[in-house]
Write a protein that binds this ligand. Structure first.
Ligand code: KG4
Ligand code: ZN
Length: 342
């Protein structure tokens, strides 16, 4: 079980990212570099990610971004022990760019390739900056996904619940858009909500009292859109943003609370660790609510540093390194998988 030095590549949405992560045989993790080139400026005029524009932008920058990640790590391709590229889920055009680039590096340098599930990358992201042993309960909340997972080990996840309509980040983005905020809506809505009165507007509490761990945001989205139409002052806008943020945070907390009860029973009170990951984990109000329920249920609470919440390649490199340490490489004909549930 030698030390792994892995180049990670992430191109599944609107960030072109490359990183180098070293994993020691004892599991110690060191991020040697993490470069993220956002395409926000290219997509902003369209109010969301345009797949064709994303794929072309990835093609134009992947080579330079990978070079930069190696330069910042102070390494050459020859010093790598493996390559890890996101193989899905995501926009297939973009996924193919990073995956093909990774295959080319692996082939040219004789390195093992890992075709990483983007969601598994988010699942290990908190391990980039803290020693969080398996198993743990994970809330994965991003623009495309909203699920509660029991993470038992490398590549071993069991889903406890997921959204029946929109993902939490999608809800943030869509509501922000109806309020006239720029893309991406989540961070813009959080900024607007600052100092706002979260009690001002009553929003529906979805799925309240249900015994499962599923999520639903469509009712909230409709209610928020109706309220947004009637706003006249900046104060009202700020208070609606705060109310929406609180409603999303509350639902995430309520469903996580339910999952913690089930998980604690399954684990017979051991390994009570709760991790939140994905872009929405960057939201302060969301983190705060989750931290409170974790404390009430006797779970430890972990969230990645903000730079590892949103899409990045360090999490992909770590996922690859953990798999390579267990001998789990993939063939060079590994397919891009636009839909790939954990
Ligand atoms: O993980 P991520 O970068 O990409 C996906 O895999 O989807 O997550 C992006 C999502 C977007 O919906 C974005 O609006 C949301 O995360 N997000 C936030 C914040 N930062 C990013 N939502 C709320 N508050 C934030 N501070
Ligand atoms: Zn993501």
């Amino acid at each position: 079980n030698p030390s792994q030095t892995v180049l990670g590549l992430e191109t599944s949405c609107d960030e072109t990212a490359a990183a180098v992560v070293r994993r020691a045989p004892d599991g110690t993790v060191e991020v040697l570099s993490s470069v993220v080139a956002s395409q926000i400026a290219e997509h902003a005029p369209f109010g969301g990610v345009v797949p064709e524009i994303a794929a072309r932008a990835h093609v134009e920058s992947i080579d330079a971004i990978a070079e930069r990640a190696l330069a910042e790590a102070g390494l050459g391709y020859g010093e790598l022990t493996g390559v890890a590229a996101t193989a899905g889920p995501g926009l297939v055009g973009g996924v193919m760019v990073g995956l093909s680039f990774g295959k080319a590096v692996a082939l040219a340098r004789g390195l093992p390739l890992v075709a990483v599930n983007h969601l598994e990358g988010h699942a290990v992201s908190a391990r980039l900056a803290a020693d969080i042993p398996y198993p743990f309960l994970l809330l994965l909340v991003s623009g495309g996904h909203c699920q509660l997972l029991s993470v038992e080990g490398v590549g071993a996840c069991r889903r406890l619940g997921s959204t029946i309509d929109d993902a939490a980040g999608e809800a943030f983005d869509k509501i922000a858009k109806t309020m006239g905020l720029p893309y991406p809506g989540g961070p813009a809505l959080e900024r607007l909500a600052e100092g706002g009165d979260a009690e001002r507007f009553a929003l529906p509490r979805m799925l309240l009292g249900r015994k499962d761990c599923d999520f639903s945001f469509s009712g909230l989205k409709t209610a928020a859109a109706r309220l947004a139409e009637g706003l006249s002052t900046d104060d009202e806008r700020r208070d609606l943003a705060a109310s929406v943020q609180a409603a999303i945070a509350r639902q995430l907390a309520e469903r996580s609370d339910r999952a913690m009860q089930l998980y604690a029973r399954e684990q017979e009170g051991r390994n009570l660790r709760f991790v939140v990951a994905g872009g929405v984990a960057a939201n302060g109000a969301v983190r705060q609510r989750l931290m409170e329920v974790a404390a009430e249920r006797g779970f430890s609470f972990s969230a990645p540093p903000l730079r590892y919440c949103t899409d990045n390649a360090a999490m992909i490199a770590l996922s690859g390194a953990e798999r390579l340490a267990l001998g789990m490489a993939d063939p060079l004909n590994a397919p891009a998988r636009p839909r790939w549930p954990l």
